[in-house]
Design a protein around this ligand. Structure first.
Ligand code: GDP
Length: 365
């Protein structure tokens, strides 16, 4: 499952958004997880296809894909100075696949801004600087160690050192690691550091309720989105307050409420979709009388590796995959009709799983 870390300055609307996520998630029927920590919220990935499949196969259990949001508190200007960012902070953020950076684009005299004024571009810069400094600390440690080993004549260390130096210099100038051109080998050197600034960032522009009909009419959204685009990052306008209100309503009520606002779906859905496309994620499905389930993989994943999501034994003993696309299945109306029409394909170990594939894996035990 996709994991997204929520960061941002205090009083920008992180908790409000996080509450909306937790409430929206609480409604989801069954989590395939055992424990959920207080700073983790889990919501379904919006995808009607899993429910269409469930309607066809009537399984005992339907399991959609989920996204985990981790609320990462504690970032303010200077957070990385002195004590450094807490270990807990770092361990939470390092586990995530992507960062949702919440930026305040609403004005409200009653809600103080830690920096004294509303200025989304400055805020983005403060947080990005802190994240660079957090990474700088980890790169520095490894660089020092590697330099010693290189001096002692260790070949691998000699090869690794320039990469660490390149990233170190960038971070010191406030350039996130993701902005550098790094080869597969470079990334391998950096892998164990789990750098925060290597993770893709999605800017969540939190604006006033009234602005949601036309986000770009808001000058703060204009400035923040332009800044995001400058670094090639995605951005999503939302109103955290609306999200919280929507999360308190049940399905039909929520729909009517959103319709009144001229919205088709909660902003949270848009956020998750954008994260999926940013990370190149797709969903495939497994179906049957026991369970219909959605699985998330990166686009370009081969069949055995996709099967490994379900169980490592299936990956190890992979023989072949029987595949039908969601569209073909829906057009045929049943699995049998798919077979009769010859639309059930037998694919080998080099087959690349496609979004919407319904897969049945044959494997040797
Ligand atoms: P955090 O410190 O980033 O977690 O911020 P919170 O979510 O606690 O929000 C700080 C305050 O701003 C709370 O009182 C929220 O109700 C309020 N707030 C959040 N989003 C909006 C918004 O879009 N408009 C207005 N006016 N207030 C908001």
């Amino acid at each position: 499952n996709l994991q997204i870390g929520i960061v941002g300055l205090p009083n920008v609307g992180k908790s409000t958004l996080f509450n909306a996520i937790t409430k929206a998630g609480a409604e989801a029927a069954n989590f395939p997880f055992c424990t959920i920590e207080p700073n983790v919220g889990v919501v379904e990935v919006p995808d009607h296809r899993i429910y269409d499949l469930a309607a066809m196969f009537k399984p005992k259990k339907t399991t959609p894909a989920f996204t985990r949001f981790v609320d990462i508190a504690g970032l303010v200007a200077g957070a990385s100075k002195g004590e450094g960012l807490g270990n807990q902070f770092l361990s939470h953020i390092r586990e995530t696949d992507a960062i949702a950076h919440v930026v305040r684009c609403f004005e409200d005299g009653n809600i103080t801004h830690v920096e004294g004024s509303i200025d989304p571009v400055r805020d983005m810069d403060i947080i990005n600087t802190e994240l660079c400094l957090a990474d700088l600390e980890s790169v520095d440690k490894k660089k020092t160690k590697t330099a010693k080993l290189a001096q002692a004549g260790i070949k691998q260390a000699k090869a690794d050192l320039p990469v660490l130096e390149k990233v170190y210099d960038a971070l010191q100038n406030g350039t996130p690691a993701r902005a550098l051109t790094l080869s597969e080998d470079d990334l391998e050197v950096l892998k164990e550091l789990n750098l925060i600034t290597l993770k893709p960032v999605l800017y969540v522009l939190n604006m006033a309720e009234d602005d949601i009909a036309d986000p770009l009419a808001n000058k703060f959204v204009q400035a923040a989105s332009a800044e995001a685009e400058k670094e090639g990052a995605k951005w999503v306008p939302i109103s955290a307050e609306i999200e919280e209100e929507v999360s308190e309503l049940d399905g039909e009520e929520a729909k009517a409420f959103l319709e009144d606002l001229g919205e088709e779906e909660p902003g949270l859905n848009r956020l998750i979709r954008t994260a999926y496309s940013m990370l190149g994620l797709i969903n495939f499905f497994t179906v049957g009388p026991d369970e219909c389930r959605s699985w998330t993989v990166r686009a370009g994943t081969k069949a055995p590796k996709a099967a490994g999501k379900i169980h490592s034994d299936i990956e190890r003993g992979f023989i072949r995959a029987e595949i039908v696309s969601y569209d073909d299945l829906m057009a045929c109306g049943s699995y049998n009709a798919v077979r009769e029409k010859g639309l059930l394909r037998v694919e080998g170990k080099d087959y690349i799983i496609q979004d919407g594939d319904i897969a049945y894996f044959r494997f040797n035990v």
